[in-house]
Write a protein of this length. Sequence first.
Length: 361
Amino acid sequence: MKKNKKTLAEQVRFKLNSGNKKPKHLNDVDQLKQDLLDLNLLKLKKKKNYFKMLLLFPTQIIKTLISVRDVKSPRALANRLFSNIILVYPEYFTPLKKTIENSDMRIIPETYVGIMTAVSSIAATVAFGAIVVSAFMLNLSLVIALFGCIVVPFSVFSFVFLLFYVYPFQKISQKKRSIETNLPFAINHMAAIASSGVPPEKSFEMLVEFGSYGGITEESKTIVRRIKVLGDDITTSLHYVAERTPSEGFKELLYGILAIIESGGNLKEYLNEMAEIALFNYKLERKKYVETLSTYADIYTVILIAAPMFLVSILAVMNIVPGSNVAGMSIDAFLSLGVYILIPLLNIGFIAFLTYTQPDM
């Protein structure tokens, strides 16, 4: 190597120590940044032109409108019209795209965004038409009609769009819960299979054939499919699934199996140890939930049993006094509201809360 050939670090040091005087308005950090830019070691991020992005969206819509003549199904039409949104505004749909890819929804993200936008637009159009018809039938004022025509369709579009946007995240959350619930039993099954001396990929094939482990079965299908259909080896398939699974426990298991395969360790001992840990965590979570239920029971007793009885007693005494009312309502009307509407709604909400928070069994 020639002596006069300088490394990148030496070039930076030379630039910093050169006799060129830096402008007075530049401090040391700005000067270093400028030197790195001169050496092509740093690139400045271009500022986003939101006005240009806004103009680009209608242009994409016009282009797609020209090419919809050969579309034969509503799903294909929605895909053709609105799938480019994810390309025009990728920064807003990157989390959604990753979630759809990892949630086993069997649909490409671009098509899903197209359907999501199309359904939201149809719902907003229907809401707009309903407001217009209501304005004519009820003789609403122009201000109220215009307000309704703007606010209601926008609200309906946002609500439907948000439901579609949240659905993949909810689905992957359910997948995570399913994997973590079945993990101890699936590891025990894999340990029993590994004790017979079969290759690791055979364990995942038998999990797929058994088919009773929820999300773990789906992840095992992916591993087997990549081995048998795509021609990947077991280590590549395990690494692929481990990077995308939503469960940290299953990810740890796959990376552990991967390390055992590459190092030549004892897979049976590893799986037995992991099964004990997973089963201990499973029992611990259920024990914590049972203890939490006792707290919920106390809360339910105070809010939905004792408090209504106490309130009814007070209202019964108040009803003796002529002209008594609660918030402008008569005592009888307020009692009817509480007994037939408020208390049932609170009970339904409490049941929904318990259903949502309970772990899968």
